[in-house]
Design a protein around this ligand. Structure first.
Ligand SMILES: [Zn+2]
Length: 538
């Protein structure tokens, strides 16, 4: 019996799980502390996992909203490596909320906003439109007052759960008063709550930051006090009605903040915790992305070398709990683009012989993955240009000249290219050019020679020279890339030359190298006239 397929994508599985909850509206959260650069790895956890889940929920007919939470009330606890600021000048702000720290650049209002721009300014280009929520504003507007009150009333129970689940008891009352004198929360110890006022002393040391020594009392409301992260997280679920959230996998260690969060949600705030998913890392070229290593790629960087749909596709095709190993500086990068193009063909029912070998389930899966990856779903199958071939065109043609770029496609046999496809092709060649300039390995870099090297000329035998004359003849026939490839192969056989040897020889003539891209299509990319001229120099 054929096994029934339940889910084709991880997002559909999540949607089906959430469908069981009887809620009026699903609220999907991503949460990020704007303390430093937002890289592509963060985008997986905080933006795309929730955004894709939200789309699956909407597809399942459920009312859904997606909030991207900026934890800008968090403490400025260090100057991250790679952020170029005057250390002395900024050190005096350590311990303040990120929103109250000056911006590294005068163009932005504060530290938090400076880093948030890396999301706010580009996220819609990826087809994602979250509601941005600021924790700083939420506290200041009293949104967390109720949660703080609950924690104060159940302080003993909160501390007990904390100790039980995390193995450590918080010091004093588990609410952080914001010191009226120095504005810091992480250096205060709350000692007593009298029903109206929270008494505190600012005399603690945290992360190397010292309290100012002041003692006082505040009304724990409207941002005068805040919750520790372990309580802030479940309190947020209660306040916003969160039903799904993706978080970095470091929160999901035993006794970590996901465990305490769930316990506080149920026992203190009296809510069902959201469905939580710990999202794994995105490794680039075998390394975890980290600001200090310098391999940080932002969402804006991505748009320089690849289409936004490709990033969505990468995330759609990898379940959140699986690490993604992404190769950017090797030609393995082409595999992602090839897989995407294949999914597109399958979606539009234009399968190649090889595509047809896939089983039905896999075909259906690729179809759906393609659809979810779209920002504007094309109405019909676009003319495709593979990324690897775009890389060849980008190195042999003027990428700024649309006519010239498209003439290559015409030589490949595409008679009619619609306007949307033209735009896509031209854009991909430009992206490929940017990739070559910034990331490509030497092995894919090519430069067509102007003059055949004397060494190559001298090395040719009489038989080889005759074979080349034959090649000049078939170049006149205006064959497409595949037929030309086959033609070259036939010529070598006719002249009793090993095909490998003949191809190497031709790469030597054209590139002064032993190898290169697939020769037939490559000659078309360079331009038949240009190749004929080179061959005539023999
Ligand atoms: Zn203080």
């Amino acid at each position: 019996m054929r096994q029934k397929v339940e889910f084709y994508t991880w997002a559909e599985r999540i949607a089906s799980e959430l469908k069981k909850r009887k809620v009026k509206k699903h609220v999907v959260h991503g949460m990020w502390t704007p303390s430093g650069y937002f890289h592509l790895g963060n985008s997986r956890t905080e933006i795309f996992t929730p955004a894709i889940a939200a789309e699956a929920l909407k597809d399942a007919g459920l009312k859904t909203e997606f909030n991207l939470f900026f934890d800008d009330f968090d403490d400025f606890d260090k100057i991250p490596a790679g952020v170029k600021v005057d250390k002395k000048k900024f050190e005096r702000h350590l311990g303040l909320p990120l929103r109250e720290v000056p911006s590294p650049s005068p163009k932005y209002k504060n530290w938090a906003e400076y880093f948030e721009r890396q999301i706010v300014e580009v996220v819609d280009k990826f087809g994602v439109k979250p509601n941005f929520v600021s924790s700083y504003d939420s506290y200041k507007h009293g949104k967390y007052d109720k949660a703080i009150k609950i924690v104060l009333e159940k302080a003993e129970e909160v501390s007990n759960i904390w100790e039980e689940v995390a193995g450590k008891r918080p010091k004093g009352i588990p609410i952080m008063a914001i010191c009226e004198k120095c504005g810091r929360g992480l250096t205060t110890l709350s000692t007593e709550y009298d029903g109206t006022f929270l008494h505190y002393s600012c005399d603690q040391e945290s992360k190397g930051i010292m309290g100012c020594g002041y003692s006082g009392k505040i009304k724990p409301e409207k941002g005068n006090a805040k919750l520790h992260w372990r309580l802030h997280w479940p309190a947020t679920w209660m306040i916003f009605g969160t039903t799904f959230e993706s978080g970095g996998k470091d929160h999901f260690t035993p006794g970590g903040s996901a465990d305490t969060g769930k316990a506080f949600a149920e026992k203190i705030f009296g809510i069902q915790p959201p469905l939580l998913v710990g999202t794994d890392f995105l490794n680039v070229d075998g390394k975890k992305m980290a600001g200090s290593v310098g391999n940080v790629i932002s969402m804006a960087d991505w748009l320089e070398f690849a289409e936004p749909e490709l990033l969505r596709f990468m995330y759609v095709t990898s379940p959140p709990r699986k690490v993604i190993n992404f190769d950017l500086t090797t030609n393995k990068f082409f595999l992602l683009a090839d897989k995407y193009d294949k999914a597109e063909r399958i979606y539009f029912g234009k399968l190649t012989e090889r595509d047809k070998q896939e089983n039905e389930k896999r075909l259906e899966q690729l179809k759906r993955q393609y659809k979810i990856s779209q920002i504007n779903l094309p109405k019909k199958m676009p003319v495709q240009l593979s990324y690897s071939y775009a890389v060849v065109i980008a190195q042999t043609r003027d990428v700024g000249n649309k006519k010239e770029v498209l003439s290559v496609l015409k030589s490949l046999g595409y008679e009619k290219i619609d306007a949307a496809s033209e735009k896509r092709i031209f854009n991909r060649v430009k992206l490929a050019k940017a990739w070559i300039d910034k990331y490509a390995p030497e092995t894919v870099k090519i430069k067509v020679v102007e003059k055949v090297s004397a060494e190559v000329k001298k090395s040719l035998s009489k038989g080889q020279k005759t074979a080349i004359k034959d090649l000049i003849e078939i170049l006149k026939k205006k064959l497409d890339g595949d037929k030309l490839q086959y033609g070259i192969y036939e010529i070598s056989k006719k002249h009793n030359i090993q095909p490998k040897e003949f191809f190497e020889l031709l790469y030597g003539i054209i590139l002064n190298k032993h190898q290169g891209p697939r020769l037939g299509p490559f000659i078309i990319a360079i331009g038949i006239e240009k190749v004929k001229k080179l061959l005539s120099q023999i």
